[in-house]
Design a protein around this ligand. Structure first.
Ligand code: FES
Length: 103
């Protein structure tokens, strides 16, 4: 059974923005794309850059180090030099709480 943990309130992350949180020792990125929340690990698969220091461009996370991009919904690498996907995490909203599933 999947266990969800509360990470933030929905009001903490405005549409078109993203923030990072440390949960169980892991840095997690949560993005608000058009009112829907998505969670990924906060580590770029190109060279371990901190994605949370980058930008949300449309539905893509742009890495601040070399400009690689990842689809915020699927984690798929969408722009070089990123080639491999980032890991996504399941999200559920309960009331005004954003909860994520950590493995
Ligand atoms: S570390 Fe992210 S694109 Fe290079």
């Amino acid at each position: 059974m999947t266990t969800f943990s509360t990470v933030a309130k929905t009001r903490d992350i405005a549409p078109g923005t993203m923030k990072t949180f440390v949960v169980n020792g892991q840095s997690i990125l949560i993005a608000n794309w058009q009112g829907t929340f998505f969670a990924t690990h906060d580590v770029c698969t190109h060279d371990d850059g901190p994605l949370g220091d980058g930008a949300l461009v449309g539905e893509e996370i742009e890495c601040p180090r070399h400009g690689g991009r990842f689809n915020v919904k699927t984690g798929a690498a969408t722009q070089m030099p990123a080639m491999f996907p980032i890991q996504t995490l399941a999200v559920q909203i309960v009331g005004d709480e954003i909860q994520i599933a950590l493995e």
